[in-house]
Ligand binder design. Sequence first.
Ligand SMILES: Cc1cc2nc3c(=O)[nH]c(=O)nc-3n(C[C@H](O)[C@H](O)[C@H](O)COP(=O)(O)O)c2cc1C
Length: 221
Amino acid sequence: MNVAEAIAARRSVRGFLDKAVDPALLRDIVVRAARAASGGNLQPWHVDLVSGDSLAELKQMMAAKLMAGETEAPGYDIYPRELVAPYRDRRFAVGEAMYGHVGIPREDKAARRMWFARNFQFFGAPAALFCTVDRRMGPPQWSDLGMYLQNVMLLAMEAGLATCPQECWAIYPETIEAFLATPADRMLFCGMAIGYEDPNEPANRLRTERAPEGEWLSVRA
Ligand SMILES: Cc1cc2nc3c(=O)[nH]c(=O)nc-3n(C[C@H](O)[C@H](O)[C@H](O)COP(=O)(O)O)c2cc1C
């Protein structure tokens, strides 16, 4: 698989097989991903790998929290408070496509909420990572995190693994930062589910669209 093929084939996977991932492989992936570029070579990412008993404990804790309806103040605004066109439309379209695949209509808010809650079980993935960052870092360093995480996702693909980046975890920052014993000067950016794709999960049939380049590309020559 070359780089172009890997970029074209990567997608977010939301259903995993109950098949463990070799911890040495995971470690190798997150270490090699750190060849990502970063402004000033700050390398502002911090990564926590979670699997095994530790992950089982976290999943259990999250299930109890969701069941009890516990909420927290989000660590940051996941989207701008007013999401305008065309971004709002794109978000709406991917949501409709996703729930279409799993057969949950718009009116069935309770079922959609239940499905969303699968995020907090990492969609059944046997491994996960959390990415945290120094609170003093700004937008340029947060963009470096994205480059790092894209490397993780592509390297995972090369190893036959699937991933789903998850900023939903930012709605439970206290819980996750306490669980990870994250020092006070760092904050949670996102989680990522990692494992072997379940080919029978309907959600994994989703293929997302991209806006035609005419919507975002300007060329001057
Ligand atoms: C930083 C980041 C956070 C994301 N958070 C979530 C999430 O919490 N839950 C989820 O199901 N998908 C999440 N996604 C996946 C996006 O929905 C997905 O990347 C987008 O719809 C494009 O689909 P694709 O990844 O399959 O190409 C996230 C993606 C990124 C890059």
